[in-house]
Design a protein around this ligand. Structure first.
Ligand SMILES: [Zn+2]
Ligand SMILES: [Zn+2]
Length: 116
């Protein structure tokens, strides 16, 4: 991925649930290139490559319960970030909408992993 010679150093963070590799360029509550956006928790952030304005997107974050790194697809931000596995294990503590949503996602992930 070389987009025009601008040197951007990116590291990779691995989602510990779906095993996807995600590039990120900053880990923390706010990225230096976008100080107006402040996250509640330390989050893996990436400067949006498609936006002409400095814009930051969250790509992943550590689960508040088990500290696993989970991508946005595999986690839910509900006062804090929780990974899908912890949400399912503690489903009484979350609204059923969240539980159902993450269950669907995790089933897709598991199916995908079984196929590959
Ligand atoms: Zn994931
Ligand atoms: Zn967890």
């Amino acid at each position: 991925m070389n987009d025009g010679g601008q040197e951007v150093r990116r590291d990779l963070v691995v989602c510990q649930i779906c095993q996807i590799n995600l590039p990120y360029d900053f880990y923390g509550k706010k990225a230096p290139y976008c100080p107006g956006v402040i996250y509640f928790d330390d989050t893996y952030l990436l400067r949006d490559p498609y936006s002409p304005e400095p814009r930051v997107v969250a790509v992943a974050g550590p689960c508040d319960l088990c500290s696993s790194i989970a991508c946005l697809d595999c986690s839910v931000f509900y006062t804090k970030r929780f990974c899908g596995k912890c949400i399912l294990e503690n489903s009484d503590g979350f609204p059923s909408q969240i539980v159902v949503g993450i269950k669907d996602k995790l089933q897709q992930v598991m199916r995908h992993q079984a196929e590959t």
